[in-house]
Write a protein that binds this ligand. Structure first.
Ligand SMILES: [Zn+2]
Length: 415
């Protein structure tokens, strides 16, 4: 009669008053957040809870400073109702994304940014846990917010992350293996810390703050120094057995007729998508072919390559056309295989290439997609370069707002 999930819910809830309290509180918080401001009466209706239960929860949350009164609402016959809302200052989160380039942000539950900073690591392999604690203290100090006022600190790392225990299993860019960052930072900063793979965190950030809200099935495709992706299927981040789902950059696409100048992939194999369409590959191939000065910084070279592509000048023209072709094939494969609502594209390559480059990619995608595709299904992310830090901060928000609602499944997005 019941699926395992429903049975679990059925057995667990009646015996555990703390859990019921938590579930009800989360439900109230979620509805207030979604409605931005709401009256107590509407809240009781929407939560389907007993009005006295709602009053108790609101009293408790108001005492904690989590909820505040915000003017009168419209009357529906009687006197005007007092409206309440979440106090944004009570829902502050820090987010840090660690790559060769570090992004830090401090923001509230509604996406208001209080401070941010980003910088290049001079020697990524020398990065320590204490360095990261310093970054967090700095971004909090810039915002004038004590660490103790933060509801959570989120961390995103490229590579393999055990999100449950907050351990960075393998992050080759900073040469970390099995680093228990959650444990360290929670002790050091006396705050709740959440850790996940950077792409998966960024997908959460898109759910909460991206231009396309309410997506339940989408793919985030990041084309930067490397190529990675995150899958959200039926409102859940799909992780795979080894938490490795989404490694699209290492799809074997180039075969035995690899374009000239494509080398061995950093994964040790040949023919990966990354060896032709990542920023690293594009810049390397251009530098090799044009003899450009390798001292010139990468964003400048990338812009130069796209300029030569737009003017149909070699060698940039062929290099970018080939990148667009293989990205087009990849997008067609995603559409054919998963049929998601959207593919959201991020990363330095599309940022440098812009709409013109995306249009070229989509031309190739259309040639290889089964059936009709509407171009609006593939979009460039609206979150900008801080998207990784926003995603990291969202890890903490996600944790609070789904707490207690899901059965034994901690991956529901609840947006
Ligand atoms: Zn590879």
């Amino acid at each position: 009669l019941f699926g395992t999930k429903n049975l679990w819910r059925f057995i667990l809830i009646p015996g555990n008053t703390d859990l019921i309290k938590q579930i009800n509180e989360t439900r109230v918080l979620n509805i207030i957040r979604q409605k931005v401001s709401i009256s107590r009466v509407s809240l009781a209706k929407l939560t389907a809870l007993n009005p006295s239960t709602v009053t108790d929860i609101i009293t408790r949350l108001t005492d904690q400073g989590a909820i505040e009164e915000v003017g009168m609402g419209n009357s529906t016959g009687g006197r005007k109702p007092q409206m309440i809302r979440l106090n944004p200052k009570s829902f502050l989160y820090a987010g840090v994304y660690i790559h060769k380039h570090v992004y830090c942000i401090l923001m509230d539950i509604y996406g208001q940014v209080y401070s941010k900073m980003d910088f290049l690591l001079s020697d990524p392999e020398k990065l320590t846990l204490s360095n990261i604690a310093v970054y967090i203290r700095k971004v909090a100090e810039q915002a004038g917010v004590p660490i103790s006022n933060l509801r959570g600190i989120g961390m995103g790392f490229p590579g393999q992350v055990d999100s449950q225990y907050g351990i960075v299993k393998f992050a080759p860019h900073i040469n970390w293996q099995n680093v228990a960052i959650k444990e360290f930072l929670e002790k050091e900063l006396q705050a709740s810390v959440f850790v996940d793979n950077g792409m998966k965190a960024t997908a959460l950030g898109e759910c909460w703050f991206g231009a396309e809200k309410g997506l339940s099935d989408f793919v985030l495709l990041n084309i930067s120094d490397g190529i990675g992706s995150a899958l959200v299927i039926n409102n859940r981040i799909y992780r795979g057995l080894n938490q490795q789902a989404g490694e699209l950059g290492h799809n074997y696409l180039l075969g035995n007729i690899s374009p000239a100048g494509t080398n061995l992939c950093r994964c040790g194999k040949k023919g990966c998508l990354e060896t032709v369409a990542s920023q690293r590959a594009i810049v390397e191939r251009f530098v090799n072919a044009a003899g450009a000065d390798p001292e010139t910084n990468t964003p400048d070279i990338l812009n130069k390559i796209f300029l030569s592509w737009k003017n149909r000048k070699e060698p940039g023209c062929e290099i970018i056309d080939q990148a667009a072709f293989y990205l087009g094939i990849t997008i067609a494969n995603i559409l054919n295989f998963l049929d998601p609502q959207k593919i959201i594209i991020t990363g330095s390559v599309v940022e440098a290439g812009g709409d013109e480059f995306l249009a070229r990619v989509l031309e190739f995608a259309k040639e290889h997609t089964f059936g009709f595709i509407d171009s609006s299904r593939v979009i460039i992310s609206s979150l900008g370069p801080y998207r990784y830090a926003i995603g990291a901060a969202t890890l903490g928000m996600h944790h609070l707002f789904k707490a207690g609602i899901q059965d034994n499944d901690d991956l529901e997005l609840m947006v």
